[in-house]
Structure formats: C-alpha cells, structure tokens
Design a protein around this ligand. Structure first.
Ligand code: 5GP
Ligand code: MN
Length: 341
C-alpha cells in the first residue's frame, strides 16, 4: 500500500475532467528529458487504454537515447510541427502540463497553450508551481513526475489500465530523474512502485542499457574532451565548472541530448559537491547545476542565472557572453561558501 500523497479532492477533480472529454493534449518542458518523456508518454498510454484521444506535444525535440520509448514515434515537437501543434492545442478539450512549474518553461509553445480555451491540469514535482493551470497537482517531495503519474492513475482506480508500455515509461522517468537511483531516491515507496512495475513486465536492466549505454561515438568523445580539456575544479569551494562553446559542440557533431549527464560527472571527484555546466546556444548560454548534500544548486541558479529547480539539480540561462557568465559564476563562489558542509 502506498501513501496518499495527492489530496483526494484533486484526484476526484482530475478524474472528472478526464471523464467528460475526448481530445486531450499533453505537454512538457523545453528540452524534454527522461522524466518529461516518461510522464507524458505514460499518461498518453493510459489515456489510450481508456479510449481517449491523447496527443503529446513537446516544445523542442527529444534526445535520441529516448527514441526507443514506446509511443515516442507519435510525439510532436513544436519546433518542427508548429502549425499542426497549434491546431491540436487550440482544439483540445483538456490540457495536461507535466514536469514543469512555470509557463515560460514551454518556451515558444507558451502562448499557444496559455491562450487555449481548454482547462489545464498541472502535474509536477518542482517547487513553486505557477498559476497558469486550473488544477495544480504539485508534489515537490516526489522525485519524478512519472512517479506522480503512477500515483494519479492508481488513485483514480485504474492500476489495471497500466500496460507494459505505460509501465516502461513510468520507470524511465523515475530512473532518469534520480540518476539511476543515485540521488533523491531514498524513499521506500519508490521501490514499492518499482516492484509493481517489474510485476507488469518492466525489464529495468534493459531500460538502463537503452538510456545510459546508448552513446554515439561523437557523444563519448565530446564527454572525454569536456572532462579533459574544459573542466575547471575550484577545490576551496568544492566546485567544478565545464563550459562548451558552439564551435566545440559543432566539432563533435552535437545532437540534442549529447551533453546529458555531463554536469553530474565532476560530482564523482572526491570533495566536489557543486558542479556547473555552461553550454553556448544560439541566443543564450544554457546552464545546468548539480550538487550533493545540502548545497542549494537551485538558489545559485535563481540568484545568478534566472533559473531554478531542485536543491540538487537546477538549471538557468544567461543572455551574456560565455566568458561573462563564467566570470559571474567565479566571482559569486565565495558567497556560497557557507552552504558547504
Ligand atoms: P537540466 O540541467 O537537466 O536542464 O535541468 C535540471 C532541472 O533544473 C530541471 O529539472 C528543472 O527543474 C530546472 N531547470 C532547468 N532549466 C531551467 C530554467 O531555465 N529555469 C528554471 N526555472 N528551471 C530550470
Ligand atoms: Mn522531472
């Protein structure tokens, strides 16, 4: 028996909202990761089994290492299918927004979703949910949105409607948002749920291989280059920084998702508790921050880089040059010394 984290009235309202509609659009955040894909596709599979007409639309394309996910071939990305996506969003009867807390995380898709007449249900595990949805299921204490989708389906009385494809998607999100159960993963109920998913036929070892052992040679070389040539360690601040310019990314034939996980690697160094990765993008610098223990990666991100996220995994952006972003980071390190254990 797992505990009832989501309040009963929200379950009733969500169930009612689903019951009375057919056309349901499910959206996630820009740069969809394993949990964004896992939660949206899990919900998509579930809604298919109860004879709804769901469609998953993501703001930008998802990484290749998630293309094995059942149902991913039906996912639309707004970048490449804007017109069709706009039509589907405008004619939706219900919109689920999964795995993000602020409307701006939908990037170029934001206006389309916000202006849609359909009621919106947010299901998410980030702190500080925005108020753009009519129903907000926000549980920051849960380590993945995919786990929340499992809990939501079960509480709506539909555990029996979770098929293998749905279970695989739930497992993928739970696994990726905890770094393969290496952080945010001490809650016992995670393993109760996994046990249920395995009973449904999930091959967890196979999913691990498909997600984490699926690099292209270019991606592997880029990681090696980044660690060997571009990583700077600041021992007095227990911090590390990796930066990559557009030119460097191009040299390694960069594809979406190729630097996924890179920011975690310096945390394997003894006495590094805070790791930052900056990547030059076309119009901004994209920043990923990770920490261990009580060091607040999300605070640094919101203080310096207009971002946010979780205590140990956060992200942000900078509209300066890469060198200016590096300078800002280095100058600020001293301010966070007190957070080091
Ligand atoms: P990642 O480094 O994998 O892109 O993001 C890690 C976490 O940081 C995400 O789950 C999300 O919570 C948060 N995050 C990433 N980018 C942004 C951003 O630009 N703004 C905010 N507020 N949060 C972000
Ligand atoms: Mn997530």
């Amino acid at each position: 028996m797992i505990s009832k984290i989501i309040p009963e009235d929200l379950i009733t309202k969500a169930k009612k909202a689903i019951d009375i509609v057919d056309k349901i659009v499910i959206v996630a955040h820009v740069g969809p990761d394993g949990d964004a894909m896992g939660s949206t596709l899990a919900l998509w599979h579930y809604l298919m089994t109860i004879d709804k007409e769901p469609v998953v639309i993501v703001p930008t394309s998802f990484p290749n290492f998630l293309s094995w996910m059942p149902g991913s071939e039906c996912v639309l990305d707004y970048e490449n299918y804007k017109e069709k996506s706009d039509e589907l969003i405008a004619s939706a009867e219900l919109i689920f927004a999964l795995d993000f807390n602020q409307a701006s995380r939908m990037a170029k898709m934001e206006d389309s979703v916000i202006n849609a007449s359909a009621p919106k249900i947010l299901v998410d595990h980030h702190l500080h949910p925005g108020d753009f949805a009519n129903l907000i299921i926000s549980c920051p204490e849960i380590s993945s949105t995919s786990e929340l989708i499992f809990r939501l389906i079960c509480r709506m009385g539909d555990f029996s409607k979770i098929n293998l494809a749905c279970a695989e998607c739930i497992y993928t999100g739970m696994m990726t948002d905890t770094g393969g159960f290496t952080y945010n993963s001490n809650k016992q109920e995670i393993y109760t749920i996994i046990s249920e998913l395995i009973k449904l036929g999930v091959d967890k070892d196979d999913i691990y291989r498909k997600v984490f052992n699926n690099y292209s040679a270019d991606r592997m070389k880029l990681m090696g280059y980044a660690l060997y040539k571009k990583m700077k360690v600041y021992p007095e601040y227990k911090a590390a920084l990796i930066t990559l310019t557009t030119k460097e990314l191009q040299e390694f034939n960069y594809q979406n998702g190729d630097v996924e996980g890179l920011v975690n690697m310096p945390l394997s160094i003894e006495n590094v508790a805070f790791s930052v990765f900056m990547r030059e993008d076309t119009d901004k610098i994209k920043i990923s921050l990770r920490s261990q223990g009580s060091f607040p990666a999300n605070k640094v991100s919101s203080d310096l880089f207009n971002g946010g996220g979780h205590l140990n995994a956060a992200g942000g952006e900078s509209y300066t040059t890469l060198n200016e972003a590096i300078k800002k980071f280095e100058e600020a390190l001293e301010d966070y010394k007190d957070f080091l254990e």
